[in-house]
Design a protein around this ligand. Sequence first.
Ligand code: F6P
Length: 324
Amino acid sequence: MKKIAVLTSGGDAPGLNACIRAVVRTAYFHNISVIGIKRGYKGLIEKDYCLLNPRSVGGIINKGGTILHSSREPRFKIPEYRKKAYENLKDLGTDTLIVIGGNGSFTAANIFAKEFPINVIGIPKTIDNDLYGTDYTIGFDTAVNNAVEAVDKIRDTTISHERIFVVEVMGRDSGFIALDVGIATGADITLIPEYPFPLHLVIEKLIDSYKKGKTFSIIILAEGVAKAQDLVPILEEKLKNYSIGGIRYSVLGHIQRGGSPTAFDRIIASRFGAFAIEKYLKGEKNFMVSYEKGQIKTKPLDISFGKIKKPDLEIFELTKKLTI
Ligand code: F6P
């Protein structure tokens, strides 16, 4: 019986469990056994494993988080620990490791695959959707929907008090979440790290809106631009001569990353997991699963190495056009 190992690494993302389930069930369908590595690369270094089978992944498709747990393991950056990880993988009786991860995990996976005679298969997940080489990463849709739900609630109180509200959303270095949330909630201003929106223009836009009779404004701020708590005092100072009902902020934080995955995330995660196994069976090695223009395909594992994925400028411009 063939054997493979699977781990989830980096920030968790809704849909990870659906992906693990698909990997395990597709593998068993083809008579391949699956070892689950606990806590990402940490478990590979520390030999923390469990045997997964079709029953052990039952009842998890609708659950957020990851049954395998996750971590960002700093020791995996050190060659001697990667060697240990390789030896542990060999002792497990497999040369194939499926890494369900984002940028950091893929970088590590790529180095690992180049150093040792192994087969590393990357499945893209991160709520940030900022992994180069794929249009989509598992978890993004749920994170956007979680944030939209929160902003819709914030909008009610903002309108009542005729305030300006700054909502900080996740996206460590990227604005994908902010952009989609900005459009879906009709935010007046969306600030993302990839494209500039200078502070004086933000102020100008808020004053202009006020003069046009808008009684409230919502600003979606990607965490990679600034902290909401730092932006608010600046806005208060610049807008002190206008009679607005005050300025407040909310940091949505990890709420965005939790909860039941959307149908889209469950389906894409299931398809990614099953696809990875099918390609493995066809003998493909060291590849990542990629979603491009609506198609699932494979790309070389190292395609994302050192690359940055940026949102379309057109979408950023749209956030401005829709809020005149
Ligand atoms: O990469 C996903 C992400 O949620 C980012 O949006 C965020 O900056 C980061 O992880 C938070 O990481 P942690 O959960 O370790 O605080």
